[in-house]
Design a protein around this ligand. Structure first.
Ligand code: PLP
Ligand SMILES: N[C@@H](CCOP(=O)(O)O)C(=O)O
Length: 467
């Protein structure tokens, strides 16, 4: 299996090189050249089996033998052994026909752990085999950063630099990152918003001199290794609810479009998904794009679901590539327009293809809080604000004959202030995080400047070699 860039000008790579590359050298995102297919019998056979076994089954066609099967199996078992729930990603029914898929039982209480626990092991393995050391960078609105730091802390083959928007993540998210004092972990509080963090990360990849001098690698969902691991829980959830014998719908709280793109991939692989519903908060660029056929940035507003306060939704580029019939020249032009003028028009082909696969809805602050309060009073279930955005949107789209799964992307205790405001409940952190507020913090405040970030990284990382 080879991987191709959405912008068509980067070399085709195998799985291991695509994972280490993170972003393609032409600025595009890697995708497999074709979609592995799962038969109805294979999907039926996934019901009631351990998560790690399904993970191996779903991921291995993408790895395509580049990592030995017994090693890959060992990695997925170790990755999902860190989860505190036996099922890893359990389903909980909150209303007739409506289920929440709990993805927050990993070490940092957010869905990012599902992919990050896998990806860190894969990267460590590849680097170890090649006797190389890499510099990992990531942009975060709170959850990717904490999951990545937890997964990469103390690893000898990597130094990790995470950029978060200063003062714009929840106090729990911030401390989960900044209180990790391992020598290979560096937190940067950037004077900007999440999109600024993400732009600097992508621009560092596009600065080939810098990229090569530190052996740069990335852990955002621009990295294919993140997406592939997120495909797994669509299969486990759908099989548990009766797929392939019936269709299942999913509603996904969306920002960078990685999580819902993983659902699209599952569908392309043969999973009978009826609807894939994009749920956004007030930062509703994706819903507007579906409605209007134009991707148009209009500023980020702060909400109680900060991890979705995004305008530049990275993985939408992967969808454009698919929806345009893999027209890399068109995607390249659209991405250039986005960078230059903050927007671009979808072609009719793209708009039709996207509308055929996705629908979208928005829940504003009041609807999100009401959903948190109503869900608690009707079913006794406490939702974090991101999950509540999904549940609010899903509630408007439920059909009697099709189970609806809303993805629960974070534990309520990650966002205690928002949960308390909506429900009067103070969600407790689990034991292993109960002293989070007493731990020492370490982070570096840096201006919104690519060169300042690059200089800081060069001064700290062990991989740096002047070229
Ligand atoms: C809690 C939570 N929910 C939802 C999202 C949105 O996911 P994605 O960026 O994959 O669309 C994020 C951030 O990525 C998140 O941290
Ligand atoms: N919401 C994310 C933003 C980064 O998303 P990613 O999935 O591309 O890593 C976060 O929590 O950091």
């Amino acid at each position: 299996m080879e991987y191709v860039s959405t912008r068509g000008d980067a070399p085709r790579l195998g799985f291991c090189d695509a994972v280490l590359a993170g972003l393609a050298r032409d600025g595009g995102l890697y995708l497999p050249e074709s979609w592995p297919q799962f038969s109805s019998d294979q999907i039926a056979g996934m019901a009631n089996r351990p998560f790690a076994e399904i993970a191996f089954e779903v991921i291995s066609p993408f790895v395509d033998g580049e990592i030995a099967n017994d090693k890959l199996r060992e990695m997925v078992e170790a990755a999902y052994g860190t989860f505190r729930h036996e099922a890893v990603a359990p389903l909980v029914q909150i209303a007739p026909g409506h289920f929440v898929l709990e993805l927050f039982h990993g070490p940092t209480l957010a869905f990012k752990d599902v992919a990050m626990q896998f990806l860190a092991r894969v990267m460590d393995h590849i680097l170890g085999e090649r006797d190389q050391r890499a510099t990992i960078v990531g942009a975060t609105s709170g959850d990717t950063g904490s999951a990545a730091i937890e997964a990469f802390r103390g690893r000898d083959n990597t130094d990790i630099f995470i950029l978060h928007p200063k003062g714009m993540v929840s106090p729990v998210q911030q401390r989960q990152m900044t209180t990790v004092l391992d020598e290979n972990v560096f937190n940067i509080a950037l004077e900007g918003n999440f999109d600024d963090c993400q732009t600097i990360v992508k621009d560092m990849f596009n600065n080939h001199h810098f990229r090569d001098s530190v052996l740069l690698s990335g852990v955002n969902s621009i990295n294919w290794g993140r997406i592939v691991a997120q495909v797994v829980y669509y299969f486990t959830a759908a099989a548990a609810l009766g797929a392939p014998h019936r269709q299942i719908s999913f509603t996904v709280p969306t920002g960078n479009f990685g999580d819902i793109f993983a659902g699209y991939v599952a569908k392309r692989m043969g999973l009978p998904i009826k609807s894939l519903i994009i749920a956004t908060n007030e930062n509703d660029i994706l819903r507007r794009t579906l409605d209007e056929g134009r991707y148009e940035m209009d500023g980020v507003s702060a909400t109680t679901s900060p991890s979705m306060d995004i305008q530049i939704s990275s993985n939408f580029e992967r969808l454009l590539f698919e929806a345009s019939g893999r027209d890399a020249e068109l995607v390249k032009r659209q991405m250039a327009q986005l960078k230059q003028s903050g927007g671009f028009e979808l072609t009719a082909t793209e708009a039709n293809a996207i509308r055929a696969e996705f629908s979208a809805g928005t829940a504003d602050q009041a609807q999100t809080e009401k959903t948190q309060a109503d869900t608690l009073s009707h079913s006794g279930y406490l939702l974090d604000p991101h999950t509540a955005v999904a549940v609010a949107v899903a509630n408007t789209q439920i059909e009697p004959s099709t189970p609806m799964v809303s993805l629960s992307t974070a534990h309520p205790a990650k966002f205690p202030a928002a949960v308390k405001a909506a429900t009067q409940i103070d969600p407790a952190l689990p034991d292993w995080l109960s002293d989070l507020y007493e731990r020492e913090e370490r982070y570096q405040v840096i201006a919104n400047s690519q060169s300042e970030v690059e200089n800081f990284i060069k001064s700290k990382c062990r991989a740096y070699k002047e070229t």
